[in-house]
Design a protein around this ligand. Structure first.
Ligand SMILES: *[C@@H]1O[C@H](CO)[C@@H](O)[C@H](O)[C@H]1NC(C)=O
Ligand SMILES: *[C@@H]1O[C@H](CO)[C@@H](O)[C@H](O)[C@H]1NC(C)=O
Ligand SMILES: *[C@@H]1O[C@H](CO)[C@@H](O)[C@H](O)[C@H]1NC(C)=O
Ligand SMILES: *[C@@H]1O[C@H](CO)[C@@H](O)[C@H](O)[C@H]1NC(C)=O
Ligand SMILES: *[C@@H]1O[C@H](CO)[C@@H](O)[C@H](O)[C@H]1NC(C)=O
Ligand SMILES: *[C@@H]1O[C@H](CO)[C@@H](O)[C@H](O)[C@H]1NC(C)=O
Ligand SMILES: *[C@@H]1O[C@H](CO)[C@@H](O)[C@H](O)[C@H]1NC(C)=O
Ligand SMILES: *[C@@H]1O[C@H](CO)[C@@H](O)[C@H](O)[C@H]1NC(C)=O
Ligand SMILES: *[C@@H]1O[C@H](CO)[C@@H](O)[C@H](O)[C@H]1NC(C)=O
Length: 586
């Protein structure tokens, strides 16, 4: 009875609020992540879209729903999340509630958020049909709007952008659920006298990339059409913010500088290495969003002035340079009148990619095949590799030779396979996708603990499954020990999921092969770190040998009896689970 009443109220609220937040309609039965055990079922390419890639795409989006800050809407699918931090911005007389918690803690950080939104919108423009065929477009729309609507609030006037809510130092001192988050959450801004060229340009780039997506502007074949969430008034709104932020980045009276110069509080967590890549990217995306030859030429001029050619660094939330040549090539190819030279951009992109696939450094390959950049990879090894895979997969479509196309796709696939379980630990590094997936992501919210001195053991088992979260990743020796406090390896973050969404959308759209983990046997995974010092990135060589039980059961020959016992146990767990899930969905 009470339930029915609540349900009726929720429905009423949905109807009234949907008038305000009109967007793509959710499917009649909401997508919820399946049991991890489902990820162990091969489908052998029987259907298109492949159900496992569909689930992975759905889970990757679901992760963002778990990271929501602010008042949660009735459509919230994550049962263990509560509304929180609803007074954000009050210290500066603004409503800065909403948006996303950045990672395993509770700060809201604009610069990496912008990078993630830019990356996801760019990917959903190229591989939009992947979202459509899996019925995930409504969730993509919802996910993007939750971020973009907040980013619009954070851009509170033409030349003001809030870049941080909460304080990393204070926030790191809190480990607990979403109901007791310390209420002292200062809001930090950049403005015309204290600018942050990278943060302003990065947010501009996100708005442009998403405006392009919402206006259904395609890069043409062989890319798919954009995800079907076209909305021209929303696209227009995003574009206005993109233009204002670009002007702010270019013309601030305080000059051009990295944003931690204005807001030192961000330096420790998300300080930026330079603003030249963001400024170039902002000009380039705005040129495509507005079909402007002069902005395109401005972007080319930045690229040369800032000497961005010839670099071999990582692509990530901080460094966008490797993506520029790819995007220049895509735009030049798609628009004969914008004024670019495709040959020039192809050769720059291919110089960079050839360097990676032929292992000419500075990135190198771990023993078991993970692309590794010393420095960046020490703090989240999967992210640089998966970003490279994302760029390679996209660029391969327009490579100048069939040999390059094949080499790029093959390399990209090797990185995706590694992340999805083709590694010596036999772990698919996405929470909840397979029984061997990490079960101790560094997430204060999901852990259920509130004893900061005993993060690993209190509680012994993570309280909530943070479905779809891509974690930091193994160390440079391919070792991974699923330890909650080991944040370089187990933390989750908005930007870690971004490239994987694009890759999953591509696979869902383009092929019916299973993701690698369906071929992994389910096995108990010993999470015990070997004796000795922790695998801290500052002391990478302190990492010991694989613990005896550190290898999971895949490598172990399982006898027939074992298989039968296992099957019975799995069946029993399934029964328990289905009874439980029927209870909770009623
Ligand atoms: C487009 O987005 C705007 C702004 O969010 C919304 O008011 C409008 O209803 C949307 N239109 C459609 C057709 O969904
Ligand atoms: C998408 O939704 C349609 C219509 O409800 C359904 O027939 C189809 O099976 C769904 N596809 C997936 C991959 O969920
Ligand atoms: C949300 O609230 C419920 C009920 O108070 C609580 O059990 C749960 O742990 C909360 N979720 C988080 C992430 O703290
Ligand atoms: C501009 O930003 C700086 C750095 O965040 C801040 O100290 C200053 O108060 C801001 N100026 C205004 C007028 O708000
Ligand atoms: C978006 O563009 C594609 C072509 O790229 C077209 O097939 C599709 O109908 C367009 N969608 C809308 C809503 O206009
Ligand atoms: C910067 O200011 C100059 C001089 O007012 C103006 O001509 C130019 O359009 C501005 N640039 C941007 C990107 O707004
Ligand atoms: C872009 O602008 C050029 C020249 O300004 C024009 O010829 C072309 O039709 C425009 N393209 C689009 C897609 O608007
Ligand atoms: C494009 O650049 C290449 C290499 O620099 C050059 O040979 C070619 O003439 C250029 N094409 C055009 C149309 O300018
Ligand atoms: C789809 O996969 C095939 C075979 O791997 C590849 O040749 C093609 O380029 C891919 N297409 C897209 C759009 O990714």
């Amino acid at each position: 009875m009470l339930y029915t009443l609540l349900h009726g109220l929720a429905l009423l609220y949905t109807i009234t609020s949907s008038a305000v937040f009109a967007q793509v309609a959710f499917p009649n039965s909401p997508y919820v992540p399946p049991r991890a055990l489902d990820g162990a079922q091969p489908t052998n390419g029987r259907s298109h879209p492949n159900p496992q890639w569909s689930n992975l795409l759905g889970n990757l989006l679901y992760f963002y729903e778990a990271q929501r800050s602010g008042n949660l809407p009735p459509s919230n699918r994550v049962p263990w999340r509560n509304s929180s931090t609803t007074s954000d911005g009050q210290d500066v007389g603004l409503d800065l509630s909403g948006g996303y918690f950045d990672a395993g803690d509770y700060i809201k950080a604009t610069f990496p958020l912008s990078a993630a939104l830019m990356s996801i919108c760019w990917g959903a423009t190229d591989y939009g049909q992947g979202y459509d065929v899996t019925n995930q477009t409504a969730y993509l729309d919802d996910m993007l709007r939750w971020g973009l609507d907040w980013l619009m609030k954070a851009h509170s006037s033409e030349n003001t952008l809030y870049v941080l809510v909460g304080n990393a130092d204070l926030d790191d001192a809190y480990w607990g659920g979403d109901q007791n988050i310390p209420s002292f959450r200062p809001s930090y801004q950049i403005n015309i006298t204290h600018p942050g060229t990278d943060a302003a340009a990065g947010a501009s780039a996100a708005f442009s990339a998403c405006s392009i997506l919402y206006s259904n502007k395609s890069f043409g074949g062989p890319f798919s059409s954009p995800a079907s969430l076209q909305n021209s008034s929303y696209a227009e709104k995003l574009l206005t913010h993109a233009q204002q932020l670009y002007s702010f980045a270019v013309n601030a009276t305080g000059g051009q500088q990295t944003y931690q110069s204005a807001v030192p509080a961000i330096a420790a967590s998300y300080g930026s290495s330079s603003y030249t890549d963001e400024l170039t990217l902002a000009a380039l995306l705005l040129s495509w969003a507005t079909n402007s030859t002069s902005l395109f030429q401005q972007a080319e001029s930045y690229y040369h002035t800032f000497q961005l050619a010839g670099q071999n660094g990582v692509f990530n939330w901080d460094s966008k340079t490797p993506g520029l040549a790819v995007l220049f090539a895509q735009i030049t190819r798609a628009s004969s009148d914008i004024g670019g030279n495709l040959t020039v951009w192809q050769s720059e992109a291919e110089r960079y990619f050839d360097n990676i696939v032929n292992m000419r450094g500075p990135a190198w390959m771990t023993k078991n095949g993970l692309l590794y950049y010393d420095g960046d990879s020490d703090f989240a090894s999967l992210n640089p590799a998966l970003n490279a895979a994302m760029l390679l997969t996209r660029y391969a479509q327009i490579a100048s030779t069939p040999e390059r196309k094949a080499a790029y796709l093959k390399f990209a696939q090797s990185q995706v396979d590694y992340a999805l379980g083709n590694n010596p630990m036999h772990v698919p590094y996405i929470v909840g996708s397979h029984p061997n997936s990490p079960s101790n992501p560094h997430s204060a919210m999901a852990s259920g603990g509130n004893d900061i001195a005993n993060i690993d053991t209190s509680p012994p088992q993570e309280a909530h499954v943070l479905y779809g979260a891509v974690i930091g990743g193994p160390d440079k020796h391919d070792n991974y020990y699923d330890i909650r406090s080991d944040w370089p390896e187990t933390e989750v973050a908005l930007d870690y999921n971004a490239p994987v969404l694009t890759l999953a959308a591509m696979h869902a759209f383009n092929d019916s092969n299973d993701p690698f983990y369906t071929s992994l046997e389910v096995g108990a995974y010993d999470k015990v770190r070997p004796q000795g010092r922790p695998c801290d990135p500052v002391f990478p060589d302190a990492c010991g040998q694989l613990s005896k039980g550190g290898k999971i059961a895949v490598g172990v020959a399982v006898g027939v009896v074992g298989l039968i016992v296992f099957g019975l146990v799995a069946w029993y767990i399934y029964l328990l689970w289905s009874v439980k899930s029927q209870k909770t969905t009623r």
